[in-house]
Write a protein that binds this ligand. Sequence first.
Ligand code: NAP
Length: 290
Amino acid sequence: MAAKIIDGKAISAKMKEEMKREIAELRGIGIFPGLAVVLVGENPASVVYVRNKGKACHELGVHSEEHRLLANSSEEDLLRLIERLNKDDKINGILVQLPLPRHIDERKILEAISPDKDVDGFHPYNIGKLMIGEPAFAPCTPYGVIKMLEHSNIDITGKNAVIVGRSNIVGKPMAMLLLQKNATVTICHSKTNDLPAVCRGADILIAAIGKPRFVTADMVKDGAVVIDVGINRLPDGKLVGDVDYDAVAQKAGYITPVPGGVGPMTITMLLYNTIQSARRAAGKVKAVEV
Ligand code: NAP
């Protein structure tokens, strides 16, 4: 039987409608969420991401600022800008678009962002909070996956969740979030022994590898929930995920497409985190709940 498609575009659109209403309410009580996006250099993919983030803010009525620095700007220039944004009351979220030019220490920059405005969830403080299960900003892509599962009424408690990929921005925080939702979690990587067998044990299989169509149907249990985080551009220009979609969709119970799956959720969760940050800054919530 063909899998049910988890439509990230539709879930994202629904969440944005809810957020529009929330923003209107917040405006009514004098709270105006604001996001600052910082771009260093002209990496073409980053320019597009930054533009899309600005557009999404505009669509929802979130105040947005784009700060562009030249590719040869110094680390000190960037640190000064972050310091200024940390102190700016109009700004509730700061996002520094990665990757940064080689001469800038990415870790140092991410650690300079105030944890209270770290809507990307990459600051060690928020990573640590996530690890010990306390309220924190969760990284947008894995947080978006959790929202997709919840919107699809997929029960996570007690399920075997297997994540392929252990990056700091997807695999590891994904594991923490699933653990918090009471899944039994396995994290796999390039050195995992007999990866297909481990994957076949998954009720929920998450692919975050960066290799086109890597997860094949023989790696998937009948009826499993398959979430494809991968975004890969083929030589012919086609965009595909890490999952061999056509074959796996014949076996899985649920599947996310690429494009139109996890991708649209990432920006949505960035806005979601920014709104929560504005609420917290105004004392309307004590902390950000995942
Ligand atoms: P990454 O930092 O390159 O990490 C890839 C992970 O996959 C690593 O942990 C690596 O293992 C593992 N891996 C590589 N080859 C493998 C193999 N043959 N078998 C098992 N594991 C293997 O990538 P990332 O930043 O997490 O991104 C993963 C994918 O998600 C990419 O396609 C990226 O474009 C996409 N992505 C999408 C969004 C979105 O908004 N939808 C956001 C972020 C990323 P080792 O650690 O052992 O090397």
